[in-house]
Design a protein around this ligand. Structure first.
Ligand code: PEP
Ligand code: MG
Length: 844
């Protein structure tokens, strides 16, 4: 019961400048029909949301588009800037406060880029409302349809007599629970929260949604928002009372339907939103198998050991801004030194990931956000966590693979700094021999800290096959599966496991026969690996003498050294973007020349195929003014960036042509879609050759990454010196599946017959003009794919350096006739799965 002697009315003031209008004018039924509560709307002309009253920030969405303020017990006010702005993934919003902050009326809360919102959101009209409350009612002050300035009174929250106090949920009488993974691309934000409430209200049962240890009442949008539930999170729907079963079913079905917001690569703000069906989470089969997605191939036998990492608890209140800032600065310095030291002794993927972490630590926006919170009284650890999480979540919410990878890296930095600040540094992660690690998720630093002598493989509930963790696992030769779903936690600690990452399958508690078979296979592979390593230096020929070049994909000089040690016969793809990313200015001509020369020297005369910069859109560089794109995979990337920045293209070609001896470097063009692009690049190469006085022919080849390039391979081959298939991109474009989207991770497979037919077409086109075709995408490192590729006519395979000995040994056992027949059969298969089955049965 509310006592109105003790509870006063609260006046709410305009949080922004603009035009005041009725809530019914908001073009979103959730707001217009008052599903979330009563209030008004403002069509903004200013660019800042201010606090409409004194209070505490209950939620500030990671994407910065909405904020709720607790004005009093039972009075929570929502300001939601624009409609569908959650889909901007944080673009255009700068949160100025953190969840939990106490604010005074008029304090700035969020700054927004009004121009960007006008351009990209369906509407900028901003609801300001009292979230459905039994304790208060809304009484408007002044009429609608008039201009308001920040601070003008808008409405009064009037305490209600006799309002029933909401019973706190109890644990008694739980009758129904359902666990599910959240399929909503933007998590539970205002609109799904309102729909969930609407559904829950149809039943008398109390329905709760539980995430980790946080519990929300399904009828309370604000508690739903505070769950912070994101795409892919496991949540539990619980029901209590007479019609609990029906209520839980209805709420779970609503969430599982995706509510028109299921993760979908085709979804764009403002576009009609199809109701997508969420991919079902894998379940353990009757014979004890659990499927996953291969992040790193291989076979391992071991025991299940779970990696539990408790969230590091932080105290929100600081002991004084100066002291807290000094502590944060110290922790940042310590981690920066550690990352540098770790990078100094690392090589390849590990080194570049550590370098990326080091540069992310320098991010000024993170430091500024933390500093602002510390100045407001927060502790260093709370400020760091609250500064980094919204950014990580906003990156993840973009749905973009490369950005999402960086979100995982940010989580890693969050944990490492909190460990330092709270003095709870994670002990070295040690496990007994033959451990197969099971975890919710694994951070890059955790994987790097594992003892590879004891951990023989890992499986994670979440994750994607293109994450840094996947890249690291492949570079460590550690079999790994990702996206295995919550069923992973049903596996008893210590269970015997066979992790067959090649078949994307985990066998739990195998019987004696399966175990014996796996052991034989493993021993056989081990013997073969030793033999392959011993013979790695020999040139690669098939059984009948046909020459197949086995090259390596490189990103640095250290990679080149490792590749040579593994018997690589050259470099089929130098990813030059490593030199260009994570920095404020483009590398100079001298810097580029020195780096390419060092790699050429490390290859000691072997061919070095340098790919022109493959950057843009999904791999942004701050010094390249490429506008944000709705669909970066189809935008300004690859050679298109070079044409948009001719100086950059010329400098890179000049740097490559300066490498001695002339001819060791060949030039490869990424993302070719038509012949004239090859001609333009050839024109630049010839011009610079003339300028440098180079008479020798310099080879210029094209990457076949688009269906357009594959089907016009004969036209390209007339003028290109070689063709190299980038199967990673060719697969994503052929199958219309985003290569980094976990929702399609299980289906995106380069062995799809459509992709194989495009490779066949490429080989035919190249052969017509006596040109060779290589493969430098992931298929070249896949032992199941190699016989098919060779059978289709591929004569150069550029693989991950660590796998070169194995690929060479495999090719040496193959006969061309058998490979051709095998490839022809693969082209007739109905699906990638059928091709994989065929490939597993193939004997050369
Ligand atoms: C590819 O697309 O297959 C490729 C090798 O290029 P990247 O993976 O760098 O896009
Ligand atoms: Mg590519």
């Amino acid at each position: 019961m509310i006592d109105d002697k003790a509870v006063a009315s609260i006046v709410l003031h305009a949080p922004m400048q603009g035009w005041r209008c009725p809530l019914a004018e908001v073009p979103d039924a959730v707001f217009a029909q008052g599903m979330l509560g009563a209030g008004i709307a403002i069509d903004p002309t200013g660019d800042t949301v201010h606090a409409p009253c004194d209070g505490t920030i209950r939620t500030l969405q990671p994407t910065g588009h909405a904020v709720t303020i607790a004005a009093a017990d039972g009075a929570e006010v929502l300001i939601h800037v624009g409609v569908d702005t959650v889909a901007l993934g944080g673009r255009g919003f700068t949160p100025l406060v953190a969840t939990g902050a106490r604010v005074k009326r008029g304090d700035p809360l969020i700054r927004f880029d009004l121009d960007l919102l006008v351009r990209e959101a369906p509407s900028v009209i901003t609801p300001v409302l009292l979230l459905e409350s039994e304790a208060y009612a809304v009484e408007a002050i002044g009429g609608e349809d008039r201009a308001v300035a920040v601070g003008d009174p808008l409405f009064t929250l009037v305490p209600q007599h006799g309002a029933a106090s909401r019973a706190a949920p109890t644990d008694e009488g739980a009758v129904v629970t359902r666990e599910l993974r959240l399929p909503l691309a933007h998590g539970i934000h205002a609109r799904p929260a309102a729909r969930i409430r609407e559904t829950a209200l149809r039943f008398s049962a109390e329905v709760r949604i539980v995430k980790d240890e946080r519990v929300a009442n399904a009828r309370s949008p604000v508690t739903l928002l505070t769950l912070g539930a994101r795409l892919g999170d496991t949540i539990r729907v619980e029901g209590f009372g007479a019609d609990a079963e029906a209520a839980v079913e209805a709420v779970a079905a609503l969430i599982e339907s995706g509510m028109g917001e299921a993760a979908d690569p085709l979804q764009a703000p403002g576009a009609p939103q199809p109701v997508a069906v969420a991919a079902p989470a894998p379940a353990i089969s009757a014979d004890g198998r659990l499927a996953g997605v291969t992040a790193s191939p291989g076979l391992a036998i071991g025991h299940a050991r779970t990696l539990h990492l408790a969230e590091i608890a932080v105290d929100p209140e600081g002991v004084g801004a100066e002291e807290e800032q000094a502590r944060l600065d110290q922790a940042l310095r310590t981690l920066a030194r550690r990352l540098e030291a770790e990078a100094a002794t690392a090589s390849g993927a590990r080194r570049s990931i550590l370098a990326a972490h080091r540069s992310m630590l320098e991010d000024e926006s993170l430091r500024d956000a933390a500093q602002a919170m510390i100045a407001d009284g927060a502790s260093a650890s709370y400020a760091w966590r609250e500064a980094i999480r919204p950014q990580a979540e906003a990156l993840r919410a973009t749905g973009d693979a490369h950005l999402a990878e960086r979100a995982d890296d940010m989580r890693d930095l969050e944990r490492r700094i909190l460990s330092l600040l709270m003095g709870v540094e994670d002990a070295p992660i040690t496990f007994p021999p033959d451990t197969i690690l099971l975890a919710d998720d694994l951070l890059p630093s955790q994987l790097m800290a594992l003892d590879p002598a004891n951990v023989v493989g890992f499986c994670v509930e979440k994750g994607g096959p293109t994450s840094h963790v996947a890249i690291l696992a492949a570079s460590m030769g550690l079999p790994a599966l990702v996206a295995m779903g919550p069923a992973l936690h049903e596996i008893a600690e210590g269970s015997m496991l066979i992790l067959d990452a090649d078949a994307a399958s985990l066998q739990i508690a195998p019987d004696a026969e399966k175990l014996a078979r796996a052991r034989t296979l493993l021993a056989d592979r081990h013997a073969r690996r030793l033999e392959a390593q011993a013979n790695a230096a020999a040139p690669c020929h098939m059984i009948g003498g046909e020459r197949i070049e086995v090259f390596a994909n490189l990103g640095s000089r250290a990679d080149a050294e490792a590749a040579v040690a593994n018997g690589a016969e050259g470099c089929g793809l130098l990813r030059t973007e490593f030199l260009f990313l994570e920095r404020d200015t483009a590398p100079s001509l001298a810097e580029q020349t020195a780096e390419y020369q060092a790699i050429a020297d490390a290859l000691a005369g072997r061919a070095l195929i340098v790919r022109l910069l493959d950057i843009g859109g999904d791999k942004p560089a701050p010094y390249l003014p490429i506008p944000a794109e709705e669909n970066p995979a189809l935008g300004l990337r690859g050679i298109r960036v070079g044409f948009a920045h001719p100086q950059l293209l010329q400098d890179q070609i000049r740097a490559i042509l300066r490498v001695q001896p002339i001819g060791q470097c060949r030039i490869m063009i990424p993302m070719i879609a038509s012949l004239d692009e090859l001609r333009r690049v050839r024109g630049v190469v010839d011009e610079i050759r003339g300028e440098l006085g180079i008479r020798e022919h310099v080879e210029v080849g094209v990457m076949i990454e688009t269906p357009a390039a594959a089907v016009t391979a004969d036209l390209l081959a007339r003028e290109a010196d070689f063709l190299s298939v980038g199967t990673n991109d060719l697969t994503q474009y052929a199958l219309a599946m985003d290569r980094g989207n976990p929702a399609v991770a299980g289906a995106i497979d380069g062995l799809h017959p459509a992709v194989l037919r495009m490779i066949a077409e490429t080989c035919r086109g190249a052969a017509r003009h006596d040109r060779w075709t290589g493969v430098c995408g992931g298929l070249a490192s896949d032992p199941l794919a190699v016989p098919i590729l060779v059978g289709l006519g591929v004569t150069e395979l550029s693989a991950t350096a660590a796998l070169v000995p194995q690929i060479k040994a495999l090719v040496a056992r193959l006969s061309m006739d058998a490979c051709r027949a095998h490839a022809a059969a693969a082209l007739e298969c109905g699906s990638a799965a059928e091709v994989r089955t065929l490939a597993r049965e193939f004997r050369a």
